[in-house]
Every structure is written in C-alpha cells, then in structure tokens.
Design a binder for this molecule. Sequence first.
Ligand SMILES: [Zn+2]
Length: 398
Amino acid sequence: MELNELPPKDGAQRAYCDICGGPLDLIFERFHVTVSGIEIDIDGLPMLECTGCSFRTLPDRSRFSIMQAHEITTKKDATIFKSKRKKIEDVFDYTDVPFQYDPDDYYYYPGLARPWNLGFLTPIFFNRTVLTKYDADPRYLIRYASPTYGNITYMDDFAFPFGINRHGHLIMWLGDIAKLPKSEQYYLMSENRPSDHSLGSEFYDGQIECKFTDPPQEDILFKERSNFLAAAFKRWGEKIAHLDTEVLDLARRLHRPVHDTPAQRHSTSDTLNKIHLESLNNAKLGEVVATQGIVCTGTGSLKRLQALLSSVGDATQVNKLMSPFYTLYDFRVAYSHLGSTQGAAATMRKVTDRLGLMEEADLQTIYNQLLLKMTASYTELIKILENKQPSDTSDGGA
Ligand SMILES: [Zn+2]
C-alpha cells in the first residue's frame, strides 16, 4: 500500500459498504501492512466491516493514525512501526448517571464526531426489554416510524428517539438521554449493555444521514397501526394493544411472500394476524367498552373494537373500515388447519371477494391488497378517533 492511498478520497468515509451498500460495523482488528516501505503493525485498530459481504475499509481517524505512524517512523529512520492501540476512555460530561458506552464508537463510526457538542452523538446500547416498561406504563407512548425506528414520549413533557439494530438492541444518543429526568436515566441504566458497535439501522439513516428512502408497504402499515393506537390512547386513555417483543420481531421480519404454497399462506396470514389482531388487548377493550357504557354484541376483540369505534363515528362507515381486519381473521382461519381444503376454499372465497379480487388470486396479490386495505382503514379510523371528516372510502374500506 502507498501512503497517498490513505487520505479519504471522496470526502469523509461513510457508513455504507462500497460494494453492496449495506451497513458497516465498527470492528477492532490488527492492521499489518507495508505502507510505502514501512511495515506498520497496529493491534486493535478500528476498522469498518460490511455485515453482508465482509468488505473492509478504514475510518478517517484510523487512516490518520497510520499516516502519523508512517511519519514518526520515517523521522526515526526506522522501517518498522509496531504498537498496540489503547482504547479511548473519554468520559463525556453530559450526565452523572454512569452509563456504559464506548467513546471509540463516537470517534470512529462515520458521521458522529462533530466539532461542536463533543460526545453528544455517542450511541448507548440497551437490552430490548427496556421497551417493556414503556409499553406497560400508560404515561408513555411508543410511536413507531417503522418496526426499527421510533420515539418514546412521556405525557406531553418529553420525547426521545431510539433505533433497534440487527442484533435487536436499542440505540439512543447520550446527548438525548442526558436531557431526561434523572429517574428516567436510572431506569434506562438498569437495561444498559455494552456496545455491539453495530450502528447500521433506520435510526442511523434518519438521524445522521437524513436519509429517508421510500418505506416498504410493511413499514407504512406498521406506522399507521402505531398512529392508530396512539389516537385510541388519546381518545380513551388506554393502550388497546400489547406491544411485546414477539410482535416487534414479527413486524421486523414481515416481508412480501415469494412463493405461494399452503404453508406460506399459513405463515403469512398467521404473522399478520399476530401483529394486528392477536396483539389487541381484549381485556382492556372490555374495560373501555364497560366504562363508556357501550352495548357490544360480542366478546371478541374485533367486535369490541368495532363497538367502540362505532360509538365515536358513523357505524356504517366503521363497519366498512373494519372489513380488512375481519378479512385477515378469515384468511388466517382458512389456513390454520392445513388439512381441510374444502372449508378453506369457501373461506378464501369470502376473503378474495371482500378484497375485490378474483377467486384464484395468488398469495402475493392477496397480500398486497390486504396490506393496502388495512393501511387505508387505519388512516380513516384515526380520522374518526380525532373527529375529522373521513374521506370517501368507497374504494378503500370494504
Ligand atoms: Zn457489502
């Protein structure tokens, strides 16, 4: 390697792979290369590695360290530079709550170190169980922009963004955390974990790169579900759905099916059902129905939800808007027992009929249509909850 290959070429190093565009992880490895005649051997040098294709590159700061090592060695008339790198142990002075973090993340992961607010964008990692409290406590609301990027809000007092990386760990910025009340910080600290140096996430893309690619329909649907639950919370002061780890994991892994087999239909309908229907908190819905003094003909969560929504909006309209959820329910029932094909066929006729599709529609078509209809229903139901004029849903609801 030649010395002139080291300075960053097209501006600062970014956090994406040159080959596949995937996210890079920060790793600490031995760098042992002859650079313009000098053998440079540094143990534990921060490098960036693609999680998908193993492509490696160097953070800007590591490049400068190597250039510096070259210069020192040349001045000494030596030909070998050997060292073991010590980790940076800075403590950033934002809070006296002793969070565990790795300052190397801040200095070496692209895009975080700034000339101002030193250390603000240091990532702090948490076990995902940290979300459990926020989900259970009615004073907090988790709003999702996607299954891996969201905001936690506390009453109308404060809000802080978080991301979930590919290891399922939560990431937040030190500077954001330091603004929270002390009790909140101590709670967070109880779930603090060591950095895994994996920053690649929609959180990073949105917060650092201001990169907002067109989200896939799965993410749009999940976001609308989150908005719908938030509107229901505002209306009735109760969380009408659970958001446990399983739901979040399923939502993260949900993708458009590639094959159309009975097993795939079972799996797709089951996943959607778990995210959107089984996650409804039927006991809580029952309580709200009772406290609102509403007459409800059934005890199932969909019936209760429909009764509640009808009490604040036009019942016919609500009925139409609930249709995609009943359709999902039937779709799931049709493939819950893989054996009984006759009953399944009749139920599927109902499903395709309500989705406005041909009876022989393939799984991909059913999936697309179902996602679009559920998204549209959430959007309209939010308007009903917020007492806004719903748009014409002759096409979007039933
Ligand atoms: Zn790659």
